[in-house]
Design a binder for this molecule. Sequence first.
Ligand SMILES: Nc1ncnc2c1ncn2[C@@H]1O[C@H](COP(=O)(O)OP(=O)(O)OP(=O)(O)O)[C@@H](O)[C@H]1O
Length: 539
Amino acid sequence: MRSIVKTLSFGVKNFKQKEKEENESGKSATIINEQGDFQIDGDSDNDNEEETLKGPIKILSDDGTKKKKNKKRKAEKEENRGAENDEEVDKKLDKLMGTVRRANRIFIWGDDVPHPILRFEDVAMPKHLSEHLNETKIADPSPIQMQAIPLMLQRRNVLASAPTGSGKTLAFVIPVVKEITRLKKLKKYSAGDKLLVIVLEPTRELATQTFNEFSKYAGPNIRVACFNDESTVPDAEVLVSTPNRLVYHIKDLNTKFLRWLIVDESDRLFEVIEGQEKCFRNQLATVYRACTGKFTRRAFFSATFSYEVETWCKENIDNVGMVCIGERNSSNTNVKQELQYCGSEDGKRMAIKTLLKTKFSPPALVFVQSKERAAQLVQFLSGIDEKLRVDSISSEKSDKQRDATMEAFRKGQLWVLVCTELLGRGLDLSNVNLVINYDIPTSIVSYIHRIGRTGRAGKVGRAVTYFSEDDLKYIRPIATVIRQAGFEVPDYLLTLKKVSRNEKQHLLKHAPRRQKIAFVRSREIKKKRRSWLPNLKKK
Ligand SMILES: Nc1ncnc2c1ncn2[C@@H]1O[C@H](COP(=O)(O)OP(=O)(O)OP(=O)(O)O)[C@@H](O)[C@H]1O
């Protein structure tokens, strides 16, 4: 069994010794090649081995006594038995890995998908990486990390999907940092002047977050940059950017040595907006076309992905390994989900007032359908309690304002952050206790991402979704997702008329018209914000 666990652990740690052992026994196992890439050992050696086993038995000359012949036959027999045993061990191992995958709800697609890892030690981590994992008390890989890390280390193109807050970022950061660390030992890469990795994120906030995460795990020897405010492409080995900024400078990029193009929130970046030249899909296409180097691999990550993205990847990218954790496009079951009927816009105002005054433990994220409504809700909430620290964030605000608000929210200076779809995806605000969908999300995908801002990294969270009489025609899909996650919804919601494709499309493009939440007096909001964010003006 020890040998099974060793093989399970890819033997990376004990590679040299293991390799010696395997060479001696002629066993087949997963090892790392010179380049540090995973490969199946024995592809070539096994051929030799078979030849030896099948080939004619050599007849010994003058010293070929019967005794010696018998000894040799016995040895050959044992060798044969050894090979059979190895086959059995492989079968048992595959079976065991099947059980591991089922237990962790890991679904795979593709040829020769490597076994999942069970511990981080199963891959030889650069020192800085393992130290940082220890510091952050991240002990065991999450299911997406168990499968995506070995896939990426095998240098496969990857399509990965796992629930919100399940550690997808580390699932690509770990193999990439490991690969760059290895490359940098080679003279060609030691100067650190080659662009090796591009990570695409749909928003500035997400790009900043991923940049911070990457920098922590990469350590001081890998040059990571976020392409946010600079007017020229920063000199870096890892570049995190929004597609918009990257496309603008695409001609300045040298992608010849690029090892990875990582598309985070990939389904979002596949979105097409009719009539908009600058939509994500077109921008992604431009970046994609610029990243076709010989060594470039692509990895697509998201909590949700459409069949369209999947089909595209399978048809257009060679050697794809696909991994999906749990059911596709399902919500995070660590989030306790509630649907609350409020009748009208007035009812919604009453509901949020009651919630924040009674059962509220901050911080909370509140989603509305537009930046105008975000400002209105801040005005309304500020009015119900002077002490309530509330602000909003939307694309209307300057980059500086957005950064300051995010920082205040992360530090706990802000208790309620009202936001638009801008913050719906990817942000890891680990302490958010409550998500309120003040205006219903316009799709299931949006619902899954929004409520995924709470209940992250195995913690529990709560999400409340308000709906009014006017929303009844759109609510059924959301009610279905909530029921599928195991939470209560009134039966009648599941028997409502199905939302037609046209209605869905319409809702995506035009949010429902709603009565105003409050009249905004912007001067008052600014005054209130300044009182608890004294540094904001300085910034
Ligand atoms: N193996 C792990 N064990 C415990 N915590 C982890 C592990 N891996 C990552 N985390 C933590 O989980 C949190 C969420 O991770 P991350 O932001 O990567 O989630 P995600 O899957 O990308 O979510 P989303 O789909 O919302 O973008 C982070 O704070 C991260 O540090």
